[in-house]
Ligand binder design. Structure first.
Ligand SMILES: *[C@@H]1O[C@H](CO)[C@@H](O)[C@H](O)[C@H]1NC(C)=O
Ligand SMILES: *[C@@H]1O[C@H](CO)[C@@H](O)[C@H](O)[C@H]1NC(C)=O
Ligand SMILES: *[C@@H]1O[C@H](CO)[C@@H](O)[C@H](O)[C@H]1NC(C)=O
Ligand SMILES: *[C@@H]1O[C@H](CO)[C@@H](O)[C@H](O)[C@H]1NC(C)=O
Ligand SMILES: *[C@@H]1O[C@H](CO)[C@@H](O)[C@H](O)[C@H]1NC(C)=O
Length: 665
């Protein structure tokens, strides 16, 4: 016999609807309660349960879909898609104990008293883009409480979504939107893939609904939204493992797929749709990858440079000849290359080797082979063994390759070693030189612990003009959390360290510009950060210009990397005023992230090629101007001077000197 208390308690939770269980917040108001007579039509079945759809609450915040968790074969046999059922169970908020930053998934567990009331009922999925569309800018209201950097604001993890458990605002925030559909059967029409498959063969897509930040390839780029906040691409969704055990097809950015029908869930840190069956490929993007349009010219003032992270390249790496081919065929044999992730001569073997002479010699030889003999030389500085981060034993470092016919190291200073800090100074000609050339920037400073030290070089062209470069590879984002996780803003691993590294680099550049405000300075490399994380770039922005910005590259086409749902730029080029004023150009060459398959990539980064002028116009034209001035002066001096004539000499001289300084200097 049941006691009165328990009968009443049971009565209190009788006849709850799926919508009552889901509620309008992230977590269920009935969490941990046992509920009875929950009714719904079975919409989908999987190996670990099934999904039901109850009556609509007519409230876009409240889902009327629900996952019923069970591994019981007999229960799973009992229900078919289209059955209208009633059942009892316990409402749980599930997440793996190993994943404390994941959001909770509302489930009905330990189902019992299951009754099939009728079969063959029609199911009406939510058609995304028609019935409901995801917001396109922000993921969570909690991301907007910091500075203007939105979901990229620093410091991170100032609040946790699961602690705040706010009422959903699905029209404004992506996580709220997908939560408001948790457990529902949905349709994604005309999906476009946004990345290669994840290692679990899941696919990031957007469907036939409004999107922002779309690039020509079909991906969604990290950009600024109309309100000035970085756009977090909440309109993208992950397609998980198909419920019928079919396999998702291989995709790349821009692959289009057949329509997907599936249930919305949360797993492994992301909102996802589990498709009833795998989609098929409808179209693939064009895999021919255009080479850069920039060709180095026989002009000592104009230089074509490139920046390329060549991913853990050792002397025996299988991708070494492919990188060489990229440099020859796709990057057009630039005058100067900023490289990152060069491993030492023993590759990843942790044997105390620090020299990368063999690695770099093999690369230079491979380029000569692939180009019919074009000569490059290399510059790097060996790190202290295992002190610069990266793969243990690999001793990755930044390095330069350059064409000695066009440029050379400014002579007069010794090459620096691992711990020698290079500093700018005015040499006897009153021009800027570096105390170590090449030399590292403040290598013993704490901000470079377990990080690659930037490598600064003073260069000279055949016409004697100088320019200064810094090749950087800032600390990685290791330790970051999912953009769909509880921590808001999401943890952006070591972002504070990157900000300090950027400021230290900026200070070095400032020291050059203090000595010579018209100095030609280029800082390029792998910054491991988007410029939309403005807190990292504040210091650099005071002294240099982002070449993408000043070259007016369409913001959606600024990418060198693909991660999760975003195409993004973490490799950058910054230039000083003098270079900006003469005009710049940059192209991101997608030799890797446009490859048909993930395994076809030689590196995870795309290279960038850029064109700068480090002195005015053509040297011939400069010589012509000097000749003109001299001729005029001599002419004026050799003629019997009329007063009129004499008055003009200083004026003409002044005009030419101004022209020379402003246009050609
Ligand atoms: C979440 O919010 C809902 C609605 O306000 C409330 O009923 C529920 O108890 C909350 N759950 C938690 C764990 O805070
Ligand atoms: C939702 O709207 C439909 C159609 O107007 C109505 O039949 C149904 O009772 C409503 N449901 C709730 C929970 O109000
Ligand atoms: C975020 O902060 C909370 C509260 O301080 C902490 O418990 C949690 O571990 C942090 N999460 C991450 C990923 O650092
Ligand atoms: C690497 O090359 C440089 C210059 O070419 C040379 O000075 C240095 O001794 C070489 N290091 C090793 C370990 O061979
Ligand atoms: C870097 O410098 C900028 C501008 O000078 C400053 O606003 C910012 O606080 C500095 N950041 C760090 C981490 O020192």
């Amino acid at each position: 016999m049941r006691s009165l208390c328990c009968l009443l308690q049971a009565a209190a939770v009788l006849a709850v609807s799926v919508a009552d269980i889901q509620g309008a917040a992230f977590q269920s108001p009935l969490k941990n309660k046992v509920v009875h007579d929950v009714r719904g039509v079975v919409t989908a079945k999987g190996p670990r349960g099934f999904w039901i759809s109850g009556p609509s609450a007519n409230d876009s915040r409240v889902s009327n879909g629900l996952n019923v968790f069970t591994k019981s074969a007999s229960i799973l046999r009992q229900v078919k898609v289209g059955d209208d059922i009633s059942l009892s169970g316990r409402v749980v908020e599930y997440r793996s104990s190993f994943k404390p930053n994941d959001l909770f998934l509302t489930q009905l567990s330990t189902p019992s008293s299951l009754m099939v009331l009728s079969s063959g009922n029609t199911i009406k999925p939510v058609v995304l883009g028609v019935d409901r569309s995801p917001p396109t800018q922000q993921l969570s209201a909690l991301d907007l409480t910091g500075d203007l950097d939105g979901y990229l604001s620093v410091p991170n993890n100032q609040s946790q979504l699961e602690v705040s458990n706010a009422t959903l605002q699905p029209d404004l925030f992506g996580l709220d939107f997908w939560e408001s559909l948790e457990g529902q059967l949905v349709v994604v029409n005309k999906p476009t893939a946004l990345n290669y498959p994840t290692r679990f063969n899941e696919l990031w897509v957007h469907g036939d609904w409004p999107v922002t930040g779309k690039n020509k390839r079909g991906g969604l780029t990290v950009t600024f939204g109309p309100n000035g906040y970085p756009d977090a691409n909440p309109e993208a969704i992950l397609i998980g493992k198909p419920l019928d055990d079919t396999k998702n097809p291989p995709v790349t950015v821009g692959t289009t797929l057949s329509n997907i029908v599936g249930v919305v869930t949360y797993q492994y840190g992301y909102y996802s749709i589990l498709p009833l069956t795998a989609p098929t490929v409808v179209s693939t993007p064009d895999y021919t990858i255009p080479a850069t349009s920039f060709v180095p010219r026989d002009d000592s003032c104009e230089l074509v440079m490139a920046d390329y992270n060549i991913e853990n390249m050792g002397p025996r790496s299988h991708h070494l000849p492919i990188i060489a081919e990229h440099i020859v065929e796709s990057l057009g044999l630039p005058d100067l290359l900023f490289l990152q992730e060069i491993q030492d001569d023993s590759g990843a073997k942790d044997d105390g080797t620090v020299s990368a002479n063999l690695t770099l010699t093999r690369l230079v030889n491979a380029i000569a082979d692939a180009s019919g003999g074009v000569e490059y030389r290399f510059i790097d500085v060996d790190p202290k063994n295992n002190e610069d981060g990266g793969q243990p034993g690999g001793n990755i470092r930044v390095a330069y390759l350059y064409r000695p016919q066009k440029i050379r190291l400014l002579p007069g200073s010794p090459a620096g070693h691992a711990l020698d800090p290079s500093k700018p100074f005015l040499d006897s000609t009153k021009n800027v030189a570096l105390t170590f050339n090449p030399g590292r920037i403040d290598p013993s400073n704490d901000v470079w612990i377990e990080a690659r030290k930037p490598l600064a070089v003073a260069w000279q062209t055949s016409s004697g003009d100088r320019f200064y470069t810094v090749d950087v590879h800032f600390s990685s984002k290791r330790g970051s959390t999912s953009s769909h996780g509880s921590a808001r803003t999401p943890v952006n691993g070591r972002v504070e360290i990157r900000a300090k590294q950027a400021n230290m680099t900026a200070n070095f550049v400032r020291n050059i510009l203090d000595l010579d405000p018209s100095a030609n300075v280029v800082v390029a490399g792998d910054f491991n950060e988007y410029t939309q994380t403005r807190s990292v770039y504040n210091g650099l922005a005071e002294v240099l210009h982002d070449i993408d910005e000043i070259s007016n590259v369409d913001p959606v086409e600024r990418y060198t990397y693909v991660y999760d749902q975003n195409t993004q730029q973490i490799d950058h080029i910054f230039v000083s005023n003098a270079i900006k004023n003469r005009g710049t150009d940059v192209e991101h060459v997608h030799v890797n992230n446009w490859a048909p398959l993930l395994k076809d990539r030689a590196s995870d980064h795309d290279p960038s090629v850029f064109r700068v002028k480090i002195c005015g116009m053509f040297p011939q034209l400069r010589r012509f101007f000097i000749y003109m001035v001299l001729t005029l002066v001599l002419d004026a001096a050799s003629h019997p001077a009329t007063p009129h004539h004499l008055v003009q000499i200083p004026y003409v001289l002044d005009v030419f000197l101004r022209l020379y300084r402003n246009l050609l200097g």
